[in-house]
Design a protein around this ligand. Structure first.
Ligand SMILES: NC(=O)c1ccc[n+]([C@@H]2O[C@H](COP(=O)([O-])OP(=O)(O)OC[C@H]3O[C@@H](n4cnc5c(N)ncnc54)[C@H](O)[C@@H]3O)[C@@H](O)[C@H]2O)c1
Length: 266
């Protein structure tokens, strides 16, 4: 491994680590030498990720936590202080969504999504940021979405507006904190396969081809696609990269909605 990507001696906290991109990100950090605190609502999945990380020889503390609850986030950081006494990397991966057309959306659902994506995620950034600022070094990675910078439609209103806030929160925190050593970046995935998406694709056979029309690379994302970019942003390899809102989208954002991608090998 190139030494710029080495995370030995560092501690990462990753949410949504029981499956999908949170799991892939956690394993990438462990493979690069980091110890981890991982959290999720799904205890079984969390234990499986923890076992994988342990098998790599890294220390891991799994915490069952609902990241939409402020008091649970704060309790998790208090435990992090006891167990590790430091945090070098924060991966904000889990986040709520509610599908509904804007004209039908219940304001309580809107509040829940905005609270989970913005207030609760900000709380995690604030807890990590305070600790990182105290030592003058750290990297925060917010998983956002292509829906945070463009409109998705299809009832994604609450999620998309919340993710727009995540992108702006990333820019603001980077501007406030990077001069004191804390970098803050965001990753914008397009459609990455997960059990929820798989169900929706099975229920609507046209959905996958519709998504693929907007993905010039010619396949949907896989959770492991996040590993390289997450490791880059977490490590010293990205020492001068901050406030970046980086697509991980198979070319989706580069293509105009009316555009057509070229011939594909897949
Ligand atoms: N998959 C995509 O197409 C896609 C695209 C853009 C952005 N995203 C965002 O990336 C993140 C991860 O996506 P994924 O596809 O890996 O998801 P996933 O559904 O595979 O996994 C999400 C994980 O988060 C956990 N989780 C959900 N709510 C939680 C809560 N309140 N507290 C703690 N844990 C919770 C779940 O138990 C699950 O283990 C989400 O924020 C999602 O909005 C996903």
């Amino acid at each position: 491994m190139h030494p710029l990507f080495d995370l030995s001696g560092r501690v990462a906290l990753v949410s949504g680590a029981a499956q999908g991109m949170g799991k892939a990100m956690s394993i990438a950090f462990a493979e690069a030498g980091a110890d981890l605190m991982i959290c999720d609502l799904n205890e079984g999945g969390l234990q499986a990720t923890a076992a994988h990380i342990q098998s790599l020889g890294r220390r891991v503390i799994p915490v069952t936590c609902d990241i939409t609850h402020i008091e649970q986030i704060r309790a998790m950081f208090a435990r992090l202080d006891q167990e590790f006494g430091r945090i070098d990397i924060l991966g904000n991966v889990a986040g709520p969504s509610k599908l509904a057309m804007p004209e039908d959306l219940d304001l309580k659902d809107m509040e829940y999504v905005i609270h989970g994506l913005l207030i609760a995620r900000f709380c995690a950034c604030q807890e990590a940021g305070r600790r990182m600022l105290a030592v003058g070094k750290g990297s925060i990675i917010n998983i956002c979405s292509v829906g945070g910078v463009t409109a998705l439609g299809r009832g994604n209103f609450a999620y998309s507006v919340g993710m727009g806030g995540v992108a702006q929160m990333t820019r603001e925190l980077s501007t406030e904190w990077s001069g004191r050593g804390v970098r803050v970046n965001a990753i914008l995935p397009a459609q990455v396969m997960n059990p929820g998406l798989e169900e929706r694709i099975q229920a609507d056979p046209n959905l996958e081809s519709m998504f693929l029309r907007g993905i010039p690379i010619g396949r949907l994302g896989r959770p492991d696609d996040i590993k390289g970019l997450a490791l880059l942003l977490a490590s010293d390899a990205s020492e001068w990269i901050t406030g970046a809102i980086i697509p991980m989208d198979g070319g989706n954002l580069a293509q105009n909605a009316g555009g057509t991608s070229g011939p594909r090998k897949v």
